[in-house]
Write a protein of this length. Structure first.
Length: 758
């Protein structure tokens, strides 16, 4: 085909074809492109439309219509653009010189095309060794060129395939990173993998692609995908399972099919062992229906129960203590006196293979933990301290004076292989402490318990009244509800003294009572009444950007954290982040910016990781700041915890969100110098006691609630939101009952403990 441009009529159904002389604008997210296309006579046409990738030198054929713009003149609005490789030497040179191929710049592009002419692309693809005939190209550069050519061709083919089915270029780049050169084939085989494995792609998008590829609406593969997606969505809401009738109803609505079709698909999934339907009645379910689990979550629950029962049935492993002498030794070392409740909890924890220590803020959990670790360390016991997140591990280390690890680091997570510590290669140590256990989901708990050595003892520490884990399960609450695990619940307030209004307010809310709202001077807890979203939002902005920094000497980005119940609406994270970004980190002449996935990121922004990335060793909830944005190549560098630097490619930025405001759920395990919490009637679906309680307990020096009194009253009245479906408590109870019926075990494994409660 010649390089000639063909221009059709100036109305509807016109066509433009030619060589791309220059790319004026290209949006990687949606493919929108403005480019200058040159015809054979040297005339230029401005073409606007969507193209997965645009490179100077390549040929395009566009169909659409001509439009006249008062500002920019005549332009061609393309409904469809087809990209073709260049054929002329000039076009090939421009294409190679565009920077698309690693190892080839303008000089090498000219030399290569001079050597091979119109045969250049075939030589690169099929006879790349011949590139070494070109001056300056050795084996190393030649291999870089060959690999880069192969990679870009695969990516461009995938982008064209996905754009034809309505997906953005950025999603195509992520797909290519996950699946490699087989990405298009993987999706042709099962487009529903998009919804399961690619963040931001929902079932309906994947379903539409599947239909465009010929998938019948009643095909067994589609129906099964709908049932699995309903279970996946339940997992994202924190459930380990769903009652059968509820699952069938949700799947039928998603698939726009009848319940009978969804039920049939579910039965097939059960037969194929892709889901597990429990035969017995679901524990605590009013309707008595059995629960249906995804196979992996069912296996995780069973593994947690089996591991705990095995430990509970084993005799004590920690060395016996001279109890009064041990407590007195610790008290002398620190010049303090433990209360009878604290001393009893220390000794109970030392007697048992598994123990749960729970209590609200200021009740002395840290003091008890420190006493236990120091006393047992003096008896040559090796403690291992862990927490779910980096921030929680750092707090644990600071409070105990000992090194603490994230659970992933302790288990030596490898991006491809998974956890290196397991049953075959257990953790090294004697006493394993997990702090902030309420944040640990059932999958992570199963992996942790699998790695506990046969002689190990485990102490779980946490606040059972806080929000449950972001991931599926309610592990800490299930351990306590089961009655199978020895425990102590602390009630007396010690930390910060009873003078702390933060601690007092938290306990009042947890008891179902409104905290004092009188706002005395010098207090650390305040309620500022405001009516309506706009008034609340303006007050939040003023507090964060001006009033708190001036009054408390805190940095508005790093010292003050807005915690809100929801992501959406005017008082959700998205709107608040946009307004806080504009106020705290406004644009500047020399301040780099990048927009991806609907979010504008600016150098200096506060950001949060929104999913676990084991390869980068950053995890859901980690907060940092955007240190810099580079152009060549485009990348973003984020600094977490003031030290750890992590690079992100543009296609990975959907892992980050602005973090001037975060959800209360995301703040679990973290503490901040100052916390500001908006509360309004628009948050009604989320207003519940443990949400406000968790928010208040995140503040160290200052907590300010801003909003409608009736919203606060509603939250305090509502004990909890929708119950999470889980079978762990029942499994532990049943195991305990079997043990009590004579299947073994020791009296020490029970829950009738002096000075403790279950």
């Amino acid at each position: 085909m010649s390089e000639q441009v063909e221009s059709g009529e100036r109305g509807e159904g016109a066509e433009v074809a030619g060589m791309v002389r220059a790319v004026v604008f290209h949006n990687e997210e949606n493919g929108f492109t403005i480019m200058q296309v040159e015809d054979a006579r040297g005339g230029l046409a401005t073409v606007r439309g969507r193209l997965p990738a645009a490179v100077a030198g390549e040929r395009v054929r566009a169909s659409g219509r001509w439009k006249s713009d008062r500002r920019f003149g005549q332009q061609f609005e393309a409904d469809r653009i087809e990209a073709l490789p260049p054929e002329s030497p000039e076009g090939i040179t421009r294409f190679l010189a565009s920077g698309l191929i690693d190892g080839i710049g303008p000089a090498y592009a000219a030399r290569i095309v001079e050597a091979f002419g119109k045969d250049t692309f075939r030589v690169i693809e099929e006879e790349s060794q011949r590139l070494e005939e070109v001056a300056g190209i050795g084996r190393s550069r030649r291999l870089r060129i060959k690999e880069s050519w192969k990679r870009q061709k695969s990516v461009r083919d995938l982008m064209i395939f996905l754009h034809a089915h309505g997906l953005s270029t950025a999603r195509a780049l992520r797909l290519h990173k996950i699946y490699g050169e087989e990405a298009a084939n993987v999706l042709r085989a099962d487009p529903y993998r998009l919804a399961r494995e690619i963040p931001g792609v929902g079932f309906r998008t994947a379903d539409e692609i599947a239909r465009q590829m010929g998938q019948a609406v009643d095909s067994p593969k589609r129906l099964a995908a709908g049932v699995l997606h309903a279970l996946d969505e339940a997992g994202r809401r924190g459930h380990c399972a769903l009652p059968r009738a509820e699952l069938v109803a949700e799947a039928a609505a998603l698939l726009e099919a009848g319940p009978a079709a969804a039920q049939l698909a579910l039965d097939e999934l059960v037969l194929g062992a892709r889901v597990v339907a429990e035969d017995g009645e679901a524990d605590g379910e009013a309707d008595g229906e059995a629960l249906v689990f995804p196979s992996d979550l069912h296996a995780a629950e069973v593994a947690v129960a089996d591991a705990l029962v095995s430990l509970l049935r084993s005799p004590p492993a920690l060395p016996p203590l001279d109890e009064s002498a041990a407590i007195a030794w610790f008290e002398r070392r620190h010049s303090l006196g433990l209360s009878p409740e604290q001393a009893g909890a220390v000794l109970d924890a030392a007697r048992h293979r598994v123990f749960v220590l729970t209590g609200g803020p200021g009740t002395g959990k840290t003091t008890i933990l420190r006493a236990l670790v120091e006393i047992l360390s003096a008896k040559k016991v090796a403690p291992v301290l862990c927490a779910p997140t980096g921030r929680a591990a750092k707090r644990l280390s600071e409070s105990t004076g000992r090194e603490a690890f994230t659970l992933h680091r302790a288990l030596e997570y490898q991006p491809v292989a998974g956890f290196a510590r397991n049953r075959q290669r257990p953790l090294a140590g004697d006493l394993f402490v997990v702090d902030e256990t309420s944040m640990v989901d059932v999958r992570l708990m199963a992996s942790f318990l699998e790695a506990v050595p046969a002689h190990g003892s485990v102490l779980f520490v946490g606040d059972a009244d806080q929000l449950p884990s972001v991931g599926p399960g309610r592990v800490l609450a299930d351990l306590l509800d089961s009655g199978a695990v020895p425990s102590a619940k602390l009630s007396r307030i010690f930390r910060q003294g009873v003078e702390s209004r933060i601690v007092g307010a938290a306990h009042e809310v947890n008891a179902g009572r409104l905290p004092p709202l009188d706002n005395p001077s010098g207090a650390d807890f305040f309620f500022l009444p405001r009516e309506g979203p706009e008034a609340i939002s303006e007050t939040v902005l003023h507090l964060v950007a001006q009033r708190i920094p001036e009054s408390f000497g805190l940095h508005p980005r790093d010292g003050v954290q807005v915690l809100t119940p929801m992501n959406r609406q005017s008082l959700g994270t998205r709107e608040l982040n946009a307004r806080l970004q504009a106020r705290i980190n406004p644009p500047g002449e020399f301040k780099a910016e990048i927009e991806r996935f609907g979010t504008l990121f600016r150098a200096g922004d506060k950001v949060i990781q929104n999913r676990n990335n084991y390869e980068k060793e950053v995890f859901n909830g980690d907060i940092g700041h955007l240190a810099r944005i580079t152009d060549e190549p485009v990348s973003v560098e984020v600094v977490f915890d003031g030290a750890k630097r992590v690079l992100y490619e543009p296609g990975e930025l959907d892992e980050l969100q602005l973090a001037y405001a975060t959800t209360i759920h995301k703040a679990q395990g973290s503490e901040f110098p100052a916390v500001v919490v908006p509360l309004a009637s628009q948050h009604f679906p989320m207003l519940q006691r443990n949400l406000v309680y968790t928010a208040i307990t995140r503040g160290k020096r200052l907590v300010v609630l801003v909003g409608e009194r009736r919203a606060l009253e509603t939250a305090v009245r509502r004990r909890e939101g929708a119950r999470r479906h889980s079978g762990l408590a029942r499994r532990l109870r049943e195991a305990l009952a079997r043990r009590d019926d004579g299947e073994g075990g020791t009296a020490e494994s029970g829950n009738s403990l002096p000075g403790s409660s279950g």
